[in-house]
Design a protein around this ligand. Sequence first.
Ligand code: PAF
Length: 280
Amino acid sequence: MQFFKSRQAVHDFVQSHKKKDKTVGFVPTMGALHEGHIQLIKKSKLQNHITVVSIFVNPTQFNNQADYHKYPNHIKNDTEKLEQVGCDVLFHPDVEEMYPVPDHRKFDFGELEQMMEGAYRPGHFNGVAQIVSKLIEAVPAQKAYFGQKDFQQLAIVRKLVGDYNYPVEIIGCPTVRESDGLAMSSRNERLTSAQRQNAPVIYQSLLQAKKMYPEKNINEIKKYVVENINKIPEFNVEYFEIVDHYTLRPIHSPQSDKYVTACIAVYVQDVRLIDNINFF
Ligand code: PAF
């Protein structure tokens, strides 16, 4: 595996392979790699000649500095996992490389960023857009892979790429779950064993919500999910929304003609977990 820390060096590497008619797939990550990331890498390897993974914990997308400082860092372990899965290139820049000067750009994603993660994590998607734009400029791959667990992030990234005409195809990949249903996340490792044992309640509640839809009304479904999770000690639902899959507008009554997705964020003490489920 090739290892780059500089934007220019990884850029030159990718361009030189594209000139030789090689296709390049890109998997941006913040490290602490788990099976969810490995599936993105495997998909990229199936669809491209060369796969580049970036590991960069992006300070500008954390609205909570404690969360940024506690974000797991396992670069040695991650490098081994990347070698094992057959990743071709690791791009692992430091903060000065990505932000030699402060990034004051302000992005506008309209209503896509006004609810859920956008409302509860002010500035988060602006930070995501700052880094994703820099990363896809540094790694000019033909395809980039993102997990559907970050449902709203995926919508924002698609809009960013559309608005700025980045010549990259965004591929959304299904959420990978533990055998008990918990969505894989780098944050899961911060759960205590009791919290980890209880954490499948999140996905179980989403599955139950899906069963209730469209017969039960939206408020009843919301009440069920919030109560079912909040009754567990240390679990606190931050939001649970049922939204139009494309516009992300909350729906207030069942819509037979629309694709609908339910999204949730839960604090397990100070660990914030998100998940979602399609009702179709
Ligand atoms: O989903 C993530 O891991 C991050 O938000 C991303 C896309 C790598 C940007 O820092």
